[in-house]
Design a binder for this molecule. Structure first.
Ligand code: SF4
Length: 397
């Protein structure tokens, strides 16, 4: 057993009783109901995350400690993204034209209570490890797939040897240009980022990792060190953050998180609205909150630190970007905009067909002119009509 897997096994919190013992029974007034909430999804808090909890109810606690509100289902769905409907063979979701999701691990170092895939994650029967062959064959057969995203669960909880086998097999598929891993290990278990792991991953470029940090406190020295090792191995790093009520739903927290990610060599990639998943609804914020956060980032900090804000559309519609309203009006003549300080600016449109005609540059009877007349330049920059070249004229007339 490796050091990291031993520590994960021996020092994680895996029961409510351990939480009670550590933080006090007064924080768990209705233990039987809480146990019910806990039983609905795998429960584990990794040692690194346990150490980060400063007090009950803080941003780290809220992400991992079961909550009675998980039992209040209003309009949450089990498979809100309809991933299972787009799964042609076990462990593969193929929704977008040129990329596919490949679930390779059922386990995570810590289980986030807001997990979109809580219907599957933690259950080896639902993310079967013995059925990869049909997934490989599907990827081999579908030559339109050029980008595969390994996810789970957390792929980086697989052993180095297993990762080497899986990624090595994927690399033999010629049309797979890009291989990506989605992993929260750099946050949950930074000690898992070892030189040996980096040596394996760096064999398979172009290889990307999208990690997942939700709060600035998660960028601990150990996490930053692990991210640096991955970056030194030549792996471009992105971050997918989930917008969570009571965790990061304010501008200052997000700004600090994005700045710290960038300083740790991670490019913020997405802020997701929390998905409409049953048992997760208490984490949802309004869309306006997300838009205010983007407004509070754009212009106020490096553009590199401003991720896309998206909703992964319920029912399998895919990621839809949301933007604050910077454009006030658009006419044929001009675009009226406001900058990040709210100050108004006007940008003049290039002249349209009507204004060119009004200015005598176009001859109106030609309506649509497919090309400039060629071969009539008389050497003075004018064509045979004495008009400047670049003015449109009926061809063959
Ligand atoms: S690490 Fe990812 S897959 Fe695992 S529980 Fe958290 S959100 Fe879900």
């Amino acid at each position: 057993m490796t050091d990291w897997s031993k520590r994960l096994r021996e020092q994680s919190m895996t029961s409510l009783q351990q939480l009670v013992d550590r933080f006090g029974a007064e924080h768990f007034p209705d233990l039987p109901s809480l146990q019910q909430a806990s039983d609905n999804f795998e429960f584990r808090i990794s040692p690194a995350m346990v150490e980060l909890i400063k007090e009950p109810g803080d941003a780290i606690w809220r992400q991992y400690v079961p909550d009675l509100q998980e039992l209040e289902v209003v309009d949450g769905m089990v498979d809100s993204l309809n991933e299972d409907a787009d799964s042609p063979v076990p462990n593969i979701t193929h929704r977008y034209p040129d990329r596919a999701l490949f679930l390779v691990s059922p386990v995570c170092a810590a289980y986030c209570r807001f997990c979109t895939r809580r219907r599957k994650v933690g259950d080896p029967e639902k993310i079967p490890m013995s059925q990869f062959e049909s997934a490989f064959q599907y990827l081999e057969k579908h030559t339109e797939i050029r980008d595969v995203i390994m996810s789970g669960g957390d792929p980086l909880l697989l052993s180095d040897r297993r990762l080497d086998q899986i990624i090595g097999r994927l690399r033999q598929i010629p049309h797979l240009e890009i291989i990506r891993i989605g992993s929260r290990v750099p946050c949950h278990m930074p000690e898992r980022i070892t030189p040996e792991l980096c040596a394996v991953l760096s064999k398979y470029h172009p290889f990307f990792i999208n990690t997942h940090f939700n709060h600035p406190d998660e960028l601990t020295p150990a996490a930053v060190r692990g991210l640096g090792m991955l970056a030194d191995a030549g792996i471009p790093l992105g971050c997918q953050t989930v917008l969570l009520k009571g965790v990061n739903d304010d501008v200052e927290t997000m700004k600090l998180l994005m700045r710290k990610l960038l300083a740790a060599r991670v490019r913020p990639y997405y802020i997701y609205m929390c998905d409409q998943v049953a048992g997760v609804e208490h984490f949802k914020t309004s869309v306006e909150t997300g838009l205010e956060i983007i407004k509070g980032l754009r212009g106020w900090t490096s553009g590199l630190a401003v991720p896309h804000f998206v909703i992964d559309a319920p029912g399998g519609g895919g990621k839809i970007p949301l933007l604050p309203e910077y454009v006030e009006s658009v006419t044929d003549d001009e675009v009226v905009m406001r900058n990040f300080r709210g100050k108004r600016y006007v940008w003049k449109q290039p002249p349209g067909e009507d204004s060119l005609v009004a200015a005598g540059i176009h001859e109106p009877e030609y309506g649509f002119l497919p090309n400039f007349e060629v071969g009539s330049d008389n050497g003075n920059g004018k064509n045979g009509n004495g008009k400047k070249n670049g003015k449109r004229k009926k061809l063959g007339g």
